[in-house]
Design a protein around this ligand. Sequence first.
Ligand code: OMP
Length: 220
Amino acid sequence: MQQYQKDFIQLALNHGALCFGEFTLKSGRVSPYFFNAGKFQTGAALAELGRYYAAALQDANLSIDMIFGPAYKGIPLASTTAVALADHHDMDLPYCFNRKEAKGHGEGGTLVGAPLQGKVLIIDDVITAGTAVREVVEIIRQAGAEPAAVLIGLNRQERGKGALSAIQEVERDYGIPVISIIELNDIITFLEQQSVNESSLDQDDMLGRVRAYRDNYGVR
Ligand code: OMP
Protein backbone atom coordinates (compact mmCIF):
# COMPACT_ATOMS: atom_id res chain seq x y z
CA MET A 1 0.00 0.00 0.00
CA GLN A 2 1.26 3.47 -0.80
CA GLN A 3 1.53 6.23 1.79
CA TYR A 4 -1.32 8.30 0.26
CA GLN A 5 -3.59 5.25 0.52
CA LYS A 6 -2.81 4.80 4.22
CA ASP A 7 -3.27 8.54 4.76
CA PHE A 8 -6.63 8.40 2.99
CA ILE A 9 -7.83 5.59 5.27
CA GLN A 10 -6.63 7.52 8.32
CA LEU A 11 -8.38 10.70 7.13
CA ALA A 12 -11.60 8.74 6.54
CA LEU A 13 -11.38 7.19 10.02
CA ASN A 14 -10.66 10.56 11.65
CA HIS A 15 -13.78 12.08 10.07
CA GLY A 16 -16.05 9.09 10.54
CA ALA A 17 -16.25 8.66 6.75
CA LEU A 18 -15.08 5.08 7.20
CA CYS A 19 -16.88 3.36 10.02
CA PHE A 20 -17.53 -0.10 11.37
CA GLY A 21 -20.72 -1.63 12.71
CA GLU A 22 -23.81 -2.88 10.86
CA PHE A 23 -24.99 -1.07 7.75
CA THR A 24 -27.69 -2.04 5.28
CA LEU A 25 -26.53 -1.22 1.76
CA LYS A 26 -28.50 -0.20 -1.31
CA SER A 27 -28.16 -3.86 -2.39
CA GLY A 28 -29.82 -5.05 0.84
CA ARG A 29 -26.58 -6.67 2.02
CA VAL A 30 -25.67 -6.00 5.65
CA SER A 31 -22.09 -4.74 5.70
CA PRO A 32 -19.73 -4.51 8.70
CA TYR A 33 -18.24 -1.31 7.28
CA PHE A 34 -19.43 1.75 5.40
CA PHE A 35 -17.80 4.61 3.52
CA ASN A 36 -19.65 7.94 3.62
CA ALA A 37 -17.94 10.72 1.67
CA GLY A 38 -20.46 13.21 3.07
CA LYS A 39 -18.47 13.14 6.32
CA PHE A 40 -15.58 15.18 4.96
CA GLN A 41 -17.14 18.33 6.27
CA THR A 42 -14.43 20.97 6.55
CA GLY A 43 -12.29 22.85 4.05
CA ALA A 44 -9.11 21.19 5.31
CA ALA A 45 -10.61 17.69 5.10
CA LEU A 46 -11.88 18.34 1.58
CA ALA A 47 -8.51 19.74 0.49
CA GLU A 48 -6.70 16.67 1.86
CA LEU A 49 -9.23 14.38 0.20
CA GLY A 50 -8.63 16.07 -3.15
CA ARG A 51 -4.90 15.41 -2.83
CA TYR A 52 -5.53 11.66 -2.44
CA TYR A 53 -7.86 11.55 -5.45
CA ALA A 54 -5.22 13.45 -7.44
CA ALA A 55 -2.48 11.06 -6.24
CA ALA A 56 -4.54 8.04 -7.31
CA LEU A 57 -5.11 9.61 -10.71
CA GLN A 58 -1.42 10.28 -11.16
CA ASP A 59 -0.63 6.70 -10.13
CA ALA A 60 -2.98 5.39 -12.83
CA ASN A 61 -1.25 7.42 -15.53
CA LEU A 62 -4.38 8.05 -17.62
CA SER A 63 -4.80 10.37 -20.54
CA ILE A 64 -7.81 12.65 -19.89
CA ASP A 65 -8.99 16.07 -21.06
CA MET A 66 -11.44 17.01 -18.34
CA ILE A 67 -13.21 16.02 -15.12
CA PHE A 68 -16.90 15.36 -14.49
CA GLY A 69 -18.55 15.26 -11.04
CA PRO A 70 -21.99 13.56 -10.96
CA ALA A 71 -24.63 15.23 -8.74
CA TYR A 72 -24.60 15.32 -5.83
CA LYS A 73 -21.68 13.74 -4.04
CA GLY A 74 -19.41 13.75 -7.06
CA ILE A 75 -19.53 17.56 -7.31
CA PRO A 76 -17.29 18.50 -4.35
CA LEU A 77 -15.10 15.48 -5.09
CA ALA A 78 -14.49 16.53 -8.69
CA SER A 79 -13.96 20.16 -7.59
CA THR A 80 -11.41 19.37 -4.90
CA THR A 81 -9.57 16.96 -7.23
CA ALA A 82 -9.40 19.65 -9.93
CA VAL A 83 -7.91 22.07 -7.37
CA ALA A 84 -5.38 19.48 -6.14
CA LEU A 85 -4.30 18.62 -9.70
CA ALA A 86 -3.69 22.30 -10.40
CA ASP A 87 -1.94 22.99 -7.07
CA HIS A 88 0.19 19.86 -6.77
CA HIS A 89 0.52 18.25 -10.20
CA ASP A 90 0.70 21.19 -12.57
CA MET A 91 -2.46 19.98 -14.36
CA ASP A 92 -5.05 22.68 -14.92
CA LEU A 93 -7.98 20.61 -16.22
CA PRO A 94 -11.47 21.91 -17.04
CA TYR A 95 -14.28 20.46 -14.93
CA CYS A 96 -18.02 20.18 -15.18
CA PHE A 97 -20.95 18.74 -13.20
CA ASN A 98 -24.65 18.07 -13.68
CA ARG A 99 -27.84 19.09 -11.94
CA LYS A 100 -30.36 16.39 -11.08
CA GLU A 101 -33.18 18.61 -12.36
CA ALA A 102 -32.96 20.76 -15.46
CA LYS A 103 -33.13 24.50 -14.85
CA GLY A 104 -35.78 26.20 -17.01
CA HIS A 105 -34.56 29.79 -16.62
CA GLY A 106 -31.29 31.71 -16.71
CA GLU A 107 -28.63 29.69 -18.50
CA GLY A 108 -30.93 26.61 -18.35
CA GLY A 109 -29.95 22.98 -18.86
CA THR A 110 -28.46 20.36 -16.59
CA LEU A 111 -24.73 20.87 -17.12
CA VAL A 112 -22.65 23.42 -15.27
CA GLY A 113 -19.02 24.32 -15.88
CA ALA A 114 -16.70 23.64 -18.78
CA PRO A 115 -18.19 22.24 -22.03
CA LEU A 116 -18.28 18.44 -22.00
CA GLN A 117 -15.78 17.42 -24.65
CA GLY A 118 -12.83 15.12 -25.23
CA LYS A 119 -11.81 12.34 -22.85
CA VAL A 120 -13.77 12.68 -19.63
CA LEU A 121 -12.82 11.36 -16.20
CA ILE A 122 -15.81 10.69 -13.93
CA ILE A 123 -15.12 11.19 -10.21
CA ASP A 124 -17.35 9.72 -7.50
CA ASP A 125 -17.29 8.19 -4.01
CA VAL A 126 -18.30 4.51 -4.25
CA ILE A 127 -19.66 2.21 -6.93
CA THR A 128 -21.90 -0.54 -5.59
CA ALA A 129 -24.40 -1.62 -8.23
CA GLY A 130 -23.05 0.84 -10.78
CA THR A 131 -26.43 2.47 -11.47
CA ALA A 132 -25.19 6.01 -10.94
CA VAL A 133 -22.11 5.65 -13.10
CA ARG A 134 -24.09 4.18 -16.00
CA GLU A 135 -26.35 7.24 -16.03
CA VAL A 136 -23.31 9.50 -16.14
CA VAL A 137 -21.75 7.61 -19.04
CA GLU A 138 -24.97 8.29 -21.00
CA ILE A 139 -24.88 12.02 -20.14
CA ILE A 140 -21.30 12.26 -21.38
CA ARG A 141 -21.99 10.33 -24.58
CA GLN A 142 -25.09 12.39 -25.35
CA ALA A 143 -22.95 15.53 -25.13
CA GLY A 144 -20.66 14.03 -27.80
CA ALA A 145 -17.78 13.48 -25.37
CA GLU A 146 -15.96 10.26 -24.52
CA PRO A 147 -16.12 8.66 -21.06
CA ALA A 148 -12.45 7.74 -20.53
CA ALA A 149 -12.22 6.44 -16.94
CA VAL A 150 -13.87 6.47 -13.52
CA LEU A 151 -12.05 7.44 -10.33
CA ILE A 152 -13.63 6.57 -6.97
CA GLY A 153 -12.54 6.66 -3.35
CA LEU A 154 -13.32 3.07 -2.40
CA ASN A 155 -13.70 -0.09 -4.44
CA ARG A 156 -15.77 -2.43 -2.25
CA GLN A 157 -14.72 -5.40 -4.47
CA GLU A 158 -18.17 -6.97 -4.25
CA ARG A 159 -19.81 -9.33 -6.69
CA GLY A 160 -22.82 -8.04 -8.57
CA LYS A 161 -25.51 -10.50 -9.61
CA GLY A 162 -22.98 -12.79 -11.33
CA ALA A 163 -19.33 -13.57 -10.69
CA LEU A 164 -18.07 -10.13 -11.69
CA SER A 165 -18.17 -7.03 -9.51
CA ALA A 166 -20.29 -4.08 -10.58
CA ILE A 167 -17.01 -2.32 -11.29
CA GLN A 168 -15.77 -5.12 -13.53
CA GLU A 169 -19.12 -5.02 -15.36
CA VAL A 170 -18.75 -1.28 -15.95
CA GLU A 171 -15.20 -1.85 -17.24
CA ARG A 172 -16.39 -4.63 -19.55
CA ASP A 173 -19.53 -2.86 -20.81
CA TYR A 174 -17.91 0.50 -21.55
CA GLY A 175 -14.29 -0.52 -22.09
CA ILE A 176 -13.05 2.05 -19.57
CA PRO A 177 -10.90 1.58 -16.45
CA VAL A 178 -12.32 2.16 -12.98
CA ILE A 179 -9.60 3.18 -10.55
CA SER A 180 -9.90 3.81 -6.83
CA ILE A 181 -7.81 5.35 -4.07
CA ILE A 182 -8.27 2.18 -2.02
CA GLU A 183 -10.11 -1.13 -2.19
CA LEU A 184 -11.53 -3.39 0.50
CA ASN A 185 -8.28 -5.38 0.63
CA ASP A 186 -6.44 -2.21 1.67
CA ILE A 187 -8.87 -1.64 4.55
CA ILE A 188 -8.23 -5.20 5.72
CA THR A 189 -4.45 -4.74 5.48
CA PHE A 190 -4.74 -1.47 7.41
CA LEU A 191 -6.82 -3.14 10.15
CA GLU A 192 -4.23 -5.93 10.37
CA GLN A 193 -1.39 -3.47 10.79
CA GLN A 194 -2.67 -0.71 13.04
CA SER A 195 -5.16 0.12 15.72
CA VAL A 196 -8.11 2.15 14.47
CA ASN A 197 -9.37 3.30 17.88
CA GLU A 198 -13.05 2.53 17.38
CA SER A 199 -13.82 2.51 21.09
CA SER A 200 -17.10 0.62 20.87
CA LEU A 201 -15.67 -2.28 18.88
CA ASP A 202 -12.99 -4.86 19.42
CA GLN A 203 -10.53 -4.64 16.51
CA ASP A 204 -10.06 -8.42 16.10
CA ASP A 205 -13.81 -8.85 16.04
CA MET A 206 -14.14 -6.03 13.49
CA LEU A 207 -11.44 -7.55 11.29
CA GLY A 208 -13.11 -10.96 11.53
CA ARG A 209 -16.43 -9.52 10.40
CA VAL A 210 -14.92 -7.62 7.48
CA ARG A 211 -13.00 -10.72 6.34
CA ALA A 212 -16.16 -12.84 6.61
CA TYR A 213 -18.06 -10.25 4.55
CA ARG A 214 -15.35 -10.37 1.88
CA ASP A 215 -15.51 -14.19 1.85
CA ASN A 216 -19.26 -14.02 1.42
CA TYR A 217 -19.72 -11.24 -1.14
CA GLY A 218 -16.24 -10.48 -2.48
CA VAL A 219 -15.05 -10.96 -6.03
CA ARG A 220 -13.04 -14.17 -6.34
P1 OMP B 1 -24.58 2.52 -7.08
O1 OMP B 1 -25.19 3.73 -7.72
O2 OMP B 1 -25.53 1.37 -7.05
O3 OMP B 1 -23.25 2.14 -7.64
O4 OMP B 1 -24.38 2.80 -5.52
C1 OMP B 1 -23.61 3.83 -4.98
C2 OMP B 1 -24.23 4.15 -3.64
O5 OMP B 1 -23.88 3.18 -2.65
C3 OMP B 1 -23.79 5.40 -2.99
O6 OMP B 1 -24.37 6.51 -3.52
C4 OMP B 1 -24.25 5.18 -1.53
O7 OMP B 1 -25.60 5.50 -1.33
C5 OMP B 1 -24.08 3.73 -1.33
N1 OMP B 1 -22.95 3.29 -0.48
C6 OMP B 1 -21.98 4.14 0.05
O8 OMP B 1 -22.01 5.36 -0.09
N2 OMP B 1 -20.93 3.62 0.77
C7 OMP B 1 -20.78 2.29 0.99
O9 OMP B 1 -19.80 1.87 1.66
C8 OMP B 1 -21.78 1.43 0.47
C9 OMP B 1 -22.87 1.94 -0.23
C10 OMP B 1 -23.94 1.03 -0.64
O10 OMP B 1 -25.11 1.26 -0.29
O11 OMP B 1 -23.62 -0.02 -1.24
